[in-house]
Design a protein around this ligand. Structure first.
Ligand SMILES: Nc1ncnc2c1ncn2[C@@H]1O[C@H](COP(=O)(O)OP(=O)(O)O)[C@@H](O)[C@H]1O
Ligand SMILES: [Mg+2]
Length: 306
């Protein structure tokens, strides 16, 4: 491929399922004078030679001006590492990638997210994260006897899929589904019969929209049928969300927070590839416009630095 930014107008949107979000990004980028292309990581190839690393991005003839990551497909360890290699290689040749690849790596991994949040002293629920089933069982027994409740999450899960709630010692737990690494988090009781949490959307270090999600059961993802309503978060919560995003070094992110029955807020997730369809229903601010403006500014800033 030619040098970075041979084509200043091309933008690659990494996705294999563009849908509503892909269309929103495409329309917004076109309106701003850019030429978006959907690119599947499955259609990218390395062809490494003597002179320089050669990386082909699907049908693109040149490296694009920037890469917006809308999704990284799942797969076995080798496949996922390979997909991330492609994004790392793009950064290595000077193509801006949003969110940056390290941030995506850290945030799809719930264990690393919890570790980094707590390292930066951002309140996040107590979590056991281990590959030792005996250790996990012993800790669970101890906590459950003391009246705590837990949530077991797949390490790379999203959209509320595969979560298991553990309320008692006798309960059967499907450890098999976790591929050898257990992520067990203390359940935060919000004091409601169903799951209620908050999604705060941060772009370029600022909160641009927030909503309260009320689940049909204890899981309050929009993908699981949660009802959403706009809310105005106060300055402390804004700061908490902005700090969480900055702890993971993201350009933009969807932050999930739960308020416990005593009123304290806990960050449960920082999503580096967040959906915004549900949130857009609650606000007249154009979320895609904020995301794209921030993305293009980031591409320009990296351009100048080179
Ligand atoms: N520690 C917790 N205590 C209570 N509810 C939780 C906890 N963690 C997650 N949940 C519920 O499950 C939902 C999904 O959890 P989350 O960690 O955001 O995973 P996902 O990546 O699947 O969205 C949250 O939006 C919340 O409703
Ligand atoms: Mg979530």
């Amino acid at each position: 491929m030619q040098n970075p930014r041979d084509n200043q107008r091309d933008i690659a949107i990494i996705t294999d399922d563009p849908g509503w979000h892909g269309r929103q990004l495409t329309e917004e980028l076109r309106q701003k004078g850019f030429q978006p292309h959907y690119v599947r990581l499955q259609d990218c190839h390395f062809d490494i030679g003597q002179t320089r690393p050669y990386l082909r991005l699907a049908n693109l003839k040149h490296y694009p001006h920037g890469v917006f990551v809308r999704g990284v497909p799942g797969g076995n360890l080798e496949t996922v590492v390979y997909y991330l290699d492609i994004l790392h290689a793009l950064e290595a040749v000077g193509v801006p990638v949003v969110n940056n690849v390290r941030a995506i790596e850290k945030s799809v991994d719930k264990g690393m997210t919890s570790f980094l949040l707590s390292q930066q002293e951002i309140p996040t629920p107590n979590t056991i994260f281990s590959s030792d089933l005996h250790y996990v069982r012993a800790k669970l027994r101890e906590g459950l006897s003391a009246g705590k409740k837990y949530v077991l999450k797949p390490l790379f899960g999203s959209q509320g899929k595969g979560l298991q709630r553990i309320d008692s010692i006798d309960q059967w737990v499907n450890y098999e589904a976790l591929h050898g690494v257990m992520y067990v988090q203390e359940f935060i009781d919000s004091g409601h019969d169903v799951g209620v949490d908050f999604r705060v959307f941060v772009v370029g270090g600022q909160v641009i929209a927030s909503m309260r999600r009320t689940g049909v059961d204890w899981i309050s993802n929009v993908a699981r049928g949660a009802q959403v309503e706009a809310i105005q978060v106060d300055r402390d919560i804004e700061l908490l969300a902005v700090n969480a995003v900055s702890a993971l070094n993201m350009e933009y992110a969807g932050v999930d927070l739960i308020q416990d029955a005593r009123g304290k807020f806990w960050v449960t997730e920082v999503n580096s590839v967040p959906a915004w369809k549900g949130l857009q229903q609650t606000t007249s601010t154009s979320i895609v416009s904020a995301i794209v403006d921030n993305f293009l500014a980031h591409c320009d800033a990296l351009s100048v630095r080179k």
